[in-house]
Design a protein around this ligand. Structure first.
Ligand SMILES: [Zn+2]
Length: 462
């Protein structure tokens, strides 16, 4: 008892000491500023060019006006290429003009937080070419920064796939970067300088950014593919003909008005103005259809974009990452963009995109298609591989069919170039690529081609 009493007395004296010397005399620290609420976004739209946002403008009008949602937008480029329907301004000057056009356009919907990744307009059908000219790492650094700054609940971007009609390499590149940013912004080891607290934020010269890691909750895609049959049931659909309770006009009118600000753009501003001033709005009455890419908070595939979302952060979600496939013997596969996407979808948890539609290309009459093919030799000895290209009647093969020497455990990338007949063809045809080694057929792949010239520069590389 005596010993216990001594110990008790000692504890009591320590507590008295702490209360009189410790807590009571510590100064009160000021509150820590949270994320800048002026930039918080419910929806972050990540697209390639000024006017891309107009494809979903009636939906944005609905969410911004009557949904009271905070919306921010990033553009991969400022639209420095292309024709100018107003005047001579081109290149860097056109960029300056189009930045203002799109800021005014989005401001008509009350959307003011707009940023650019500083890529350059790149006319091709391959996201890999655009990622090269955009400086992929720099553009991704910016994209991750804007995700962390805006802390979006939902990201909306283009479909990351090559589809007949949806083939602009810049569109696809903006989606690749948006998907990467979705998966990386919550990881504090990615661009750690962005998420390190500044030395003293009230002083000048701080060189760490003071943002916080942020894991967005859902990501959706949209597309301007010619063939829409596979879109049904892939995500929510928003009618454009609904009348806005606050603006008393249909959402498509707000969308047409938004488009009308893009005055320099041949297929945008004039079309929007025509719609606004001559009531030629049928084109704008189309509903806005999304594809649910990924949800980390549940909700149904076709339910509202905000279904399952509750306020506040969610934990970082690690994606599967790259997993090398297993190959045996001699085989052939589509290369280039096609191969990239098959690896990309798996790494980012988007495998369901592989079953949306088979590999395809749009090739108008008399146009050329360049098909990337990879011949693989996963045996222990060098192989002579015969590749045969089979196309429907009327097609002309310029290159592709040949015997290729492929070293052991190596690949041989080739380009098969075919020219479509000048005459009208069936809506879809198939081109087959078959590899044979040692006198036996070992592997084949098929590309389906439509009779529709696929967007600008249709003959460019894929
Ligand atoms: Zn575009």
């Amino acid at each position: 008892m005596k010993i216990l009493g001594k110990k008790f007395g000692y504890l009591l004296s320590c507590m008295v000491l702490l209360s009189s010397v410790g807590f009571g005399q510590l100064p009160q620290a000021p509150p820590s500023p949270g994320p800048d609420a002026r930039y918080k976004a419910d929806i972050l739209v990540m697209v390639a060019h000024p006017d891309d946002e107009s494809v979903i403008a009636s939906f944005l009008a609905r969410e911004a006006t009557d949904g009271h949602k905070r919306i921010a937008v990033t553009f991969g480029t400022c639209g420095n290429a292309g024709g100018n329907t107003v005047g001579y301004e081109q290149a860097a000057s056109l960029c300056a003009v189009r930045e203002i056009e799109v800021r005014k356009a989005l401001a008509s919907l009350g959307i003011m937080n707009v940023w650019f990744l500083d890529g350059v307009d790149t006319a091709s059908q391959s996201p890999l070419i655009s990622l090269e000219t955009w400086n992929h790492g720099r553009a991704l650094d910016r994209a991750v920064r804007y995700v962390r700054l805006t802390e979006p609940e939902v990201i909306i971007t283009w479909l990351p796939d090559y589809a007949d009609g949806e083939n602009h390499g810049d569109h696809q590149a903006s989606s690749v970067i948006a998907n990467e940013a979705f998966d990386l912004a919550g990881n504090p080891l990615v661009f750690p300088e962005q998420v390190t607290a500044p030395y003293n934020y009230k002083l000048i010269g701080n060189l760490t950014e003071g943002l916080r890691p942020w894991q967005p909750k859902k990501i959706y895609f949209f597309t301007n593919a010619h063939n829409h049959s596979w879109l049904k049931g892939q995500g929510p659909v928003y009618p454009s003909t609904t009348v806005s309770p606050s603006k008393h006009v249909p959402y498509y009118e707000l969308g047409a008005t938004e488009l009308s600000y893009h005055q320099t753009q041949m297929d945008a501003g004039p079309e929007g103005r025509e719609a606004v001033y001559k009531s030629a709005v049928n084109h704008f009455k189309r509903p806005v259809q999304f594809i649910l890419a990924k949800s980390l908070v549940g909700g149904s595939r076709t339910g509202d974009i905000f279904e399952g979302i509750t306020p506040g952060p969610i934990p970082y979600h690690a994606t599967p990452g790259y997993q090398p496939g297993s190959h045996e013997g001699v085989s052939v596969e589509l290369g280039g963009t096609y191969l990239f996407y098959h690896r990309f979808w798996k790494a980012h948890g988007l495998e369901h995109l592989a079953s949306l539609y088979p590999p395809e290309a749009g090739v108008g009459p008399g146009m050329e298609v360049s098909v990337p093919i990879i011949i693989r030799n996963d045996t222990d000895s060098a192989q002579k591989v015969s590749l045969t290209v089979e196309a429907p009647s009327g097609w002309k093969e310029e290159s592709g069919s040949a015997v290729y020497p492929v070293a052991a455990h190596n690949t041989y990338p080739i380009r098969a170039i075919l020219v479509a007949p000048d005459s009208k063809r069936p809506e879809w045809q198939e081109i087959h690529f078959t590899a044979a080694a040692g006198g036996k057929t070992v592997s084949s792949v098929t590309l389906r081609v439509s009779d529709v010239p696929s967007g600008p520069r249709a003959t460019l590389r894929k």
